[in-house]
Design a protein around this ligand. Structure first.
Ligand code: GLN
Length: 247
């Protein structure tokens, strides 16, 4: 491990609330893939009532159930919205997964009808049709600009993108945003929202590196990420493809 390169500041939002299906592994993966290239990762872990201090290069938030999302929504909108939105406006990157993705869009209507405010990073909104409607559960494979993303989804909420939103990927297997229109996730500037748990980054190393590149683009635009031996990561990726019934 070398440490002569740039620093990458990660703001990890609410890991105590928003950490379903090993979403925490996304931050571990980013830390390791940075350190292996000589990039020094600095992670700020935020409790739900903490305020962000300083600026971040990359904001990360995982998934959570409706109850946890309620607290996360309060924390985001009352304490941290301005800083996150201005950080993204200045070119920071974001990975938001499932419940966290829902909270980064305009709003989420929970299973009990409660309206949770989101930050509006993504032009999208999510409605949970109620506890008696089947959830979107299972292995997912999607097409991401000609390569694949894999992961596991489990959500009741259906997300519909607005006219100015761009989907992250196209569903090949699974439900994606809403089980209707074949879209999965959203992209807005350097922010990526997705329903993919898993954790998603360890078995999608190309997505992990894309986030690192976007996060470093301001502070170290010329820094090149050295290739890594990703044989284990791609084996895990392929296993997930097969688990979803594809080859
Ligand atoms: N509570 C949300 C839903 O069911 C998000 C779940 C999750 O993050 N896995 O739609």
């Amino acid at each position: 491990m070398k440490a002569s390169g740039p620093v990458l500041r990660i703001a990890y939002l609410y890991p105590d609330l928003m950490n379903l299906y090993a979403d925490r592994g996304n931050v571990t993966c980013l830390e390791r893939r940075c350190a292996w290239r000589g990039v020094t990762p600095m992670v700020q872990h935020l409790e739900w009532n903490d305020r962000l201090t300083g600026t971040a290069d990359l904001y990360v938030i995982g998934g959570g159930q409706d109850r946890q999302q309620q607290l996360a929504s309060q924390g985001l909108t009352t304490s941290n919205a301005d800083q996150i939105l201005s950080g993204l406006g200045d070119g920071a990157a974001m990975l938001a997964v499932c419940g966290g993705y829902q909270l980064m869009a305009h709003r989420y209507r929970a299973a009990d009808g409660a309206e949770l405010a989101g930050l509006g990073v993504f032009d999208a909104e999510t409605v949970h049709p109620g506890a008696d409607v089947p959830r979107c559960i299972g292995n997912v494979v999607c097409d991401w600009n000609g390569s694949r993303l894999v992961g596991f989804e489990n959500h009741g909420g259906r997300t519909f993108l607005g006219s100015s939103a761009m989907p992250l990927a196209r569903v090949l297997r699974g439900h994606g945003n809403n089980a209707e229109d074949g879209t999965e996730g959203a992209v807005a500037g350097n922010a990526i929202g997705t329903y993919l748990h898993g954790s998603v980054l360890p078995k999608n190393p190309h997505l992990a590196d894309q986030l690192i590149r976007m996060a470093l683009a301001r502070s170290a635009p010329d820094f090149e990420l050295a290739p890594l031996d990703d044989a284990a990561e791609w084996a895990a990726h392929q296993a997930a493809v097969r688990a979803a019934g594809l080859r």
